[in-house]
Structure formats: structure tokens, C-alpha cells
Design a protein around this ligand. Structure first.
Ligand SMILES: Cc1cc2nc3c(=O)[nH]c(=O)nc-3n(C[C@H](O)[C@H](O)[C@H](O)COP(=O)(O)OP(=O)(O)OC[C@H]3O[C@@H](n4cnc5c(N)ncnc54)[C@H](O)[C@@H]3O)c2cc1C
Length: 358
């Protein structure tokens, strides 16, 4: 990173959730000077997430959007930063997908044989999940996995602090002074400011024209001995992800009404009911969390420049799939900002320009 004179940066990034973290590291890797402003208390979304990536849409057994392009970037990005931070936080796993009907098995095999490389072309029998419950029929999604998001965020924050690139602070949008070629905020000075403020983008004055459809989600962290799920993620109407030491994250719920980070009794009961359907062992709830996913109505990220203020930018809208989408689009956005490379038209914020009165 370039040394800073007079608190002057190429980019100020607002938000150090998964989006802001991945983008900040990508810009720093490209040699840009960055300052990240974050108040981690304002949105819990990234810390609540299971952190899984899944290249398959289960409903239709098709590849998820751009999966073939996203996976190589995901692997390159996270493993590069694992090496830099000298800590492991990426776990390559299969997703065990259970079947209840023969029809589902037949469709799975058809799609696997037709050439979807993420679908294992074998139907397996009798996965002994614990001594009281066996998954009768299942197959595996290949090249899936998860990252430990809280650890990745902590490592990134530590790295940013050491690089003098982090400020814990709530940005007051009304105190931004926007000039033709620069932005000032208190003692900071930046050429451009990039908003990675998650679902709170709805409440800010500049990018609130983006049609968001945020969705609250809840997860439980459970301690349970005797579950046979060390390396895989289980998907059987809900997900169960091994964290090690008999801990499992289970989730998730979807609630479009109560958009807050407060864990609810309904959410907890829903997850307990799902869990107890298949795990008949004693267990303890260690943590119950809630967050709001920053989803856009057309279910695509939203990236690019404000139509009226060229030095205000957005990198947001990663919905339910930030782990997989963020590295690819952070690289593309970095190249857009440094080399003027085009953004993918489906993510470009330009698609919503007609919603703003100029
Ligand atoms: C229950 C649940 C399960 C999920 N599971 C998965 C999964 O398995 N895989 C996956 O890929 N995705 C998953 N997601 C989605 C994923 O978590 C989100 O897409 C992602 O975390 C969004 O990251 P973000 O950085 O855009 O937003 P956030 O995580 O909300 O980060 C925004 C940051 O900006 C800060 N901020 C906002 N405004 C200001 C301000 N004015 N000043 C300073 N700081 C500010 C916030 O405090 C926060 O730190 C899940 C989400 C939920 C809720």
C-alpha cells in the first residue's frame, strides 16, 4: 500500500462485512491506498452466515449463476489470503443432499450424466448421521465448501489496522463533502468513496434508489456429541455445517418482514424443530444469531458509480451468496477502477439509473 500523506487515500470504503473486506483486500493487492471505516455493531449479517458456497441451485439442479467463473476466483482469493495471514479459514467440502423421492434421484442422475460437473453421478445409500438416524438416500455436490467468516473478518481487520487502513467509526453520510475531484470527511480525504454498507444502504441518502429486498436470517450454533458429519455439509431442508469440536452451525430462516438483527423465538423454534427431526441426541444451544441479507429485487449484486456523483461508488447486494460472488466481482471492480474494464452488465448499478430523478 502507498504511504499516506495528510490522511489522503484513493479509496475510502464504508463497511467491513464480507463485501467491504474482500474489496479492500483486492484493492490493496492491486497497489491502491485504502481506508476502511466500519462500525461492526450496525449489521451482523456477515458474522451470522454459515459461510458456505454451493455451485448448485437445488430447485432445478442447475449450476448457480456464473459458477464456473466464480469458483476459480473464490479459490485463488481466499487461499492467497490464507497464506498472507498464515491461518486456515477455507474448508473444501461436499454437500450431502438427501432425497425423499425416487423422482429426485432420477433427475439428479440425469443432470450429472448430462455433464454438470458439480453433481456426483452416484446415488448413495445409508449415511449414518448418528446411531439413531440414517440418511436413506443421498448424493453429493462436489467442489463446495465454506469459509469461517468471523475468523476471516477478524484477520482482515487486524491486517487493516496494522496497515493504518482501518477506522472504527459510524460514518455520518450527511457530513460527507463531495467536490468535483475529491471527497472530504472530517480529517479524511479520498478520491472516491465505496459503500459496502450491506442492507443499511436502504437508509443512506445516495444509493437508496436501489430496489433492495432484504431478508432476515437466523442461525443456531449447537454442541452435540455423536454426529457423524466431520467433513461434509448436510442439506436436508436446512443446512448443518461442522465447525469442529462437536459444534455445528444450523440454519437458516428467511423473514422479509422483521428486518432487524434480533434473534426471535419463532426463528429458534423453527431451527430446533428441523434439527430434532433428524438428530435424536442430547444437545446444547451455544449461540443464536440473526442478520439481514442485502438482497436486490433482481437477485444480482449492485456495483458501480452513482449517476450524479462520479466519486461515489457502491459494492453491495450480495444477497445469499456473498462468499462465492465477492472475490470474482471485487477483482472485476478493481480492474474497472484501475483499468476501466467493463463491469458485467447484470451487476452494474446503471440498470437502476432510471429510478433516480436527476
Ligand atoms: C442467516 C444467514 C445465513 C447466511 N449464509 C450464507 C452462506 O452460507 N453463504 C453465503 O455466501 N452467504 C450467506 N449469507 C449471506 C451473507 O452473509 C451476506 O451476503 C454478506 O454477509 C453481506 O455482506 P456485506 O458486507 O454486504 O454486509 P454486512 O455484513 O451487513 O456488512 C456491512 C458492514 O457495514 C457496516 N456499516 C453499515 N453502515 C455503516 C456506517 N454508516 N458507518 C460504519 N459502518 C457501517 C456494518 O456495521 C457492517 O459491518 C447468509 C446470511 C444470513 C443472514
Amino acid at each position: 500500500m502507498h504511504p499516506q500523506k495528510n490522511n489522503s487515500y484513493q479509496f475510502v470504503i464504508v463497511g467491513q462485512g464480507l463485501a467491504g473486506s474482500v474489496l479492500a483486500l483486492s484493492l490493496i493487492q492491486a497497489g491502491c491506498s485504502v481506508m476502511v471505516i466500519d462500525n461492526p455493531k450496525l449489521s451482523q449479517c456477515s458474522r451470522v452466515a454459515g459461510g458456505a458456497w454451493n455451485p448448485i441451485v437445488f430447485k432445478r439442479l442447475t449450476k448457480s449463476w456464473l459458477a464456473d467463473e466464480l469458483l476459480p476466483e473464490l479459490n485463488l482469493f481466499y487461499t492467497y489470503w490464507e497464506k498472507q495471514f498464515q491461518t486456515s479459514f477455507v474448508y473444501q467440502r461436499s454437500i450431502i443432499k438427501s432425497f425423499t423421492e425416487e423422482q429426485e434421484e432420477r433427475l439428479w442422475l440425469k443432470k450429472a450424466i448430462e455433464g454438470n460437473q458439480y453433481l456426483d453421478n452416484t446415488i448413495y445409500r445409508q449415511y449414518p448421521l448418528n446411531h439413531l438416524y440414517t440418511v436413506a438416500s443421498y448424493s453429493k455436490v462436489l467442489q463446495a465448501g465454506n469459509i469461517n467468516i468471523p475468523l476471516f473478518l477478524d484477520l482482515t481487520k487486524h491486517y487493516l489496522i496494522q496497515s493504518n487502513a482501518y477506522m472504527q467509526h459510524t460514518l455520518n453520510y450527511h457530513h460527507l463533502k463531495i467536490h468535483e475531484s475529491e471527497i472530504t470527511y472530517e480529517s479524511l480525504n479520498a478520491s472516491q468513496i465505496i459503500f459496502c454498507d450491506g442492507h443499511l444502504i436502504n437508509q443512506q441518502p445516495y444509493f437508496n434508489f436501489i430496489p433492495m429486498k432484504p431478508v432476515k436470517g437466523e442461525t443456531l450454533t449447537i454442541y452435540c456429541e455423536g454426529i457423524n458429519l466431520e467433513n461434509d455439509i448436510l442439506s436436508t431442508g436446512f443446512f448443518m455445517l461442522p465447525l469442529g469440536h462437536h459444534l455445528y452451525k444450523i440454519g437458516a430462516t428467511y423473514d422479509w418482514e422483521n428486518l432487524n438483527d434480533i434473534p426471535s423465538e419463532e426463528g429458534k423454534q423453527f431451527l430446533i424443530d428441523k434439527f430434532e427431526e433428524i438428530i435424536k441426541l442430547p444437545y446444547q444451544i451455544i449461540e443464536h444469531q440473526a442478520g439481514v441479507r442485502p438482497s436486490v429485487v433482481d437477485r444480482r449484486p449492485v456495483i458501480g458509480r452513482h449517476p450524479n456523483y462520479k466519486n461515489l461508488l457502491v459494492f453491495n447486494g450480495f444477497g445469499t451468496k456473498a462468499v462465492m460472488l465477492a472475490p470474482y466481482f471485487a477483482k472485476q471492480f478493481t480492474q474497472h477502477l484501475s483499468q476501466n474494464q467493463n463491469l458485467h452488465p447484470e451487476v452494474d448499478v446503471k440498470r437502476f439509473y432510471d429510478r433516480i430523478q436527476s
